[in-house]
Design a protein around this ligand. Structure first.
Ligand code: SF4
Length: 485
């Protein structure tokens, strides 16, 4: 008989990463095999699947699969997966990780992703312990069992993960043991077709640590234990799913229901509030027909180099709002790619406040401002803090009554406006940020007056639009004396 050299699922495995590190009898390997079989049997488009894992024995799996994957930091696979899904809505994102990674250090991400119904598929290997670091007690170690850090027996109550996830709002929740290969595979296929947060808990054999400490020394002992101590129900109640020694491990599909997922809810809300007919979540927006026409007639986006802008001042000066309006004007109404971030201290008023904006006619592949080309500074403290970022040929916008720029290179161009004084004359110092926006619009090429005005109207409190537009015009007229930078 001719022996086939290739593994039948070779195309889904990375041969160069073999042999794997998993111990003999470990349930992670069998669950990984179930995942691979599910992908094969379900005939999913492998180019549209990404696997994310965290740290621990189960965390190795992303590296063994011949799929796009991320082996991320401890406890953060769901955070990475969420970002991946929201920016690539067409991708199917699978998280494969352990109970320690997902339910302990990453517990917060887990419950909030379930609450938001983020459309990701989580396969949680629950082996009752931290296998990779030596078998310590974890948040799922059953009461009364032993681990390397509970040598007198665990007296804590573990998480009942199906109940926790159902309570948080996950829309697909199932549990099996690593002895139930067929059920795991079917659940994975079901989850792949499900739209919304899917959680499959696999009670998995770790004979080397949890098993050895609890008289189940081999993989065979553990599989026998699982098969003899499992109760599979058609509609199990998650409240009965707490794992306690001496009672059966309840398995089955606890919930499988339809509910709008996070992206659907975000699209609906943004469409309603911003008048955008489609928001994909990946930076691409589709404007209503009449808006599209206005934008294209107004000014097609022209090629500009990637520009990093830092805005800084004190809490209460509207620095964050200023960055937001600029970002909206440049992205929604001009079509540029933008990235906007905020940073502020704990104080609502008077503490440091800053925001960062990146504008480019190409895709922006950086998460925040690192080396600003332009600084907009509205307080002396902010100037002191960010002076180190001022480089040769930087451009600075300042409130001339509040900021005295010192020790800056001669090549730096400074544009100064008494924004706060002008706002006070209008009746409210609070609109100094909008005066500054008008000034900035007159001098820089990133958005037109019309785009800035639309972004102002969209961003300021209802009923204050006209007042804010007056402040904008004051700043704009002041800036016209300088001409374009
Ligand atoms: S330590 Fe436990 S969980 Fe880790 S690979 Fe070995 S058997 Fe599996």
């Amino acid at each position: 008989m001719q022996i086939k050299k290739e593994h039948p699922l070779e195309r889904l495995l990375r041969r160069e990463r073999m042999p794997h590190i998993l111990c003999t009898g470990c349930g992670i390997g069998t669950t990984m095999a179930n995942l691979v079989e599910a992908l094969e049997e379900g005939e999913f488009d492998l180019d549209k699947i990404s696997v994310v894992s965290g740290i621990g024995c189960a965390g190795r799996v992303a590296g063994y699969l011949n799929l796009d994957g991320f082996h991320t930091t401890h406890g953060r696979p769901i955070a990475f997966a969420t970002g991946l899904k929201l920016t690539n809505p067409d991708l199917t994102v699978i998280v494969f990780s352990g109970d320690g990674d997902l339910a302990a250090i990453g517990g917060n991400h887990l419950i909030h992703a379930a609450r938001r119904n983020i459309d990701i598929k989580v396969i949680c290997i629950n082996n009752f312990t931290y296998g990779m670091t030596g078998g310590q007690l974890g948040p799922t170690t059953p009461s009364g069992t032993w681990s390397s850090t509970s040598v007198y027996g665990n007296y804590e109550i573990p998480f009942n993960l199906p109940y926790l996830l159902c309570a948080c709002g996950a829309t697909y929740v199932a549990r099996w043991t690593s002895a139930h290969a067929h059920h795991i595979k079917n659940s994975i296929i079901e989850a792949m077709h499900h739209k919304g947060f899917s959680f499959i808990e696999v009670i998995s054999a770790c004979p080397v640590y949890w098993g050895r400490k609890n008289k189940l020394r081999t993989g065979k002992d553990m599989v026998k234990f699982f098969l003899e101590h499992t109760e599979i129900k058609r509609h199990p109640d998650p409240r009965d799913a707490l794992i306690q020694m001496g009672t059966p491990i309840l398995c089955g599909v606890f919930v499988n229901e339809k509910r709008p997922d996070y992206l659907d809810m975000m699209k609906a809300q943004l469409s309603k509030k911003l008048g955008i007919s489609e928001f994909r979540g990946d930076g691409k927006v589709t404007l209503p027909e009449e808006e599209k026409k206005v934008v294209s007639e107004m000014r097609p986006p022209k090629e500009i180099k990637l520009t990093q802008i830092k805005l800084a001042g004190l809490g209460g000066q509207g620095i964050a709002l200023l960055g937001l309006i600029m970002g909206r004007a440049a992205s929604i109404f001009e079509g540029y790619s933008t990235v906007y971030t905020q940073e502020y201290g704990p104080e609502a008023r008077g503490g440091a406040s800053s925001s960062g904006l990146i504008i480019s006619s190409r895709a922006v592949n950086m998460p925040y401002t690192t080396a600003p080309d332009i600084l907009v500074i509205m307080a002396q403290g902010a100037f002191r803090k960010y002076r180190k970022d001022i480089r040769e040929n930087s451009i600075i916008f300042i409130d001339k009554d509040l900021v005295r720029p010192k020790n800056i290179p001669n090549s730096v161009k400074v544009y100064a406006i008494p924004a706060t004084r002008m706002a006070e004359k209008l009746g409210r110092a609070l609109v100094a940020n909008i005066v500054m926006l008008g000034f900035f619009t007159a001098i820089t090429p990133y958005f037109s007056v019309e785009s800035a005005e639309k972004a102002v109207k969209m961003s300021v409190p209802k009923g204050t639009e006209e007042f804010n537009l007056t402040a904008f015009k004051e700043g704009y007229e002041y800036g016209r004396q300088y001409g374009r930078a």
